[in-house]
Design a protein around this ligand. Structure first.
Ligand code: ATR
Length: 276
């Protein structure tokens, strides 16, 4: 029987996931469809139960349900549990198992676009929200030894750092401190939503003191190059936007569902064509 996958969120109309996954199913001659389902917070529990009842094989979870879904799942992977957010649900027999592929997706994209071994980097994570947490914990879990966090609200950075269950050296600092001691970082990851439309000219910190040998990543991919990345590029640093993270979070989910490895280049191309 043809399998059914999907993504739940609110709003969901602009999700690129159906395009990406349906094309990957087609390319691998895999008999499945992937749909975007608009699920409001009031309907979350019913939606999760309903999908189990009708035999959905797996699904992605996006804003605003990544944390709220946890009580409705049967098992949670340790990384997703530590992050407190699930973006991928896999059916195993009668159980729903929750994973977080956002952080691992970021790491995979970093390895692909920059370098394989990032364990010895001195990392600065900019921001302390949900996306920062996923990236910070995944970096720490994969063995990166030194990761500092800077945030407008310092208390949130401190809370994030203190809750980290994966061993790494870490400091929570203000945005001003980060700007002043920027030269010591070899990898900088921008995780806030600053720089998205309509505030495309804004950036969370100035990169004036950037080490030009540092690598600078932003999780935003629309616009394709944020003001933050544009400044890094102007200063001579190598950069990457958030498209790779988006593609790889999807590719890792796809592998968990089907056991097959999708063609990541093809997935990236189809999303880029859509973005124009
Ligand atoms: P997400 O889950 O997408 O990461 P979030 O949890 O709302 O979103 O977190 C947003 C991040 O962007 C936070 O680090 C936030 O800083 P605060 O903790 O101080 O709120 C940061 N952020 C949002 N708008 C900002 C702004 N104008 N200047 C600096 N930081 C900002």
């Amino acid at each position: 029987m043809r399998e059914l996958y999907g993504v739940i969120g609110d709003p969901i109309a602009h999700s690129m996931s159906p395009l990406m996954h349906n094309d990957a199913f087609k390319a691998l001659h895999y008999d499945a469809d992937y749909h975007a389902f608009h699920v409001t917070p009031d309907n979350l529990e019913a939606a999760v139960k309903g999908m189990k009842a009708i035999g959905v094989s797996g699904f992605n979870v996006t804003i605003p349900h990544k944390t709220a879904i946890i009580p409705y799942l049967d098992e949670i992977d340790p990384l997703a549990e530590a992050i407190g957010a699930v973006n991928t649900v896999v059916r195993k027999g009668t159980k729903w198992i929750g994973y977080n592929t956002d952080g691992p997706g970021f790491i995979q994209s970093l390895k692909e676009d920059w370098k394989e071994d990032v364990t010895n980097e001195h990392v600065l994570v900019v921001g302390a929200g949900g996306a920062a947490k996923a990236i910070y914990y995944a970096l720490a879990q994969s063995g990166v030894k030194q990761i500092d966090i800077c945030n407008r609200t310092l208390e949130k950075a401190i809370a994030l750092q203190q809750a980290n269950p994966f061993h790494c050296q870490s400091k929570a600092i203000t945005l001003q401190d980060a700007e002043e001691c920027l030269a010591q970082y070899s990898l900088i990851v921008q995780t806030t939503s600053i720089g998205m439309h309509p505030n495309v000219h804004l950036q969370p910190i100035s990169l004036k003191h950037l080490n030009v040998n540092a690598y600078v990543a932003d999780i935003i991919y629309n616009p394709f190059e944020t003001a933050f990345l544009a400044e890094a590029k102007r200063l001579g640093a190598n950069i990457q936007n958030g498209l790779g993270m988006f593609i790889y979070q999807g590719a890792i989910a796809f592998e968990k569902w089907t056991g097959q490895t999708p063609d990541v280049k093809r997935m990236k191309q189809i999303v880029m064509d859509k973005l124009g």
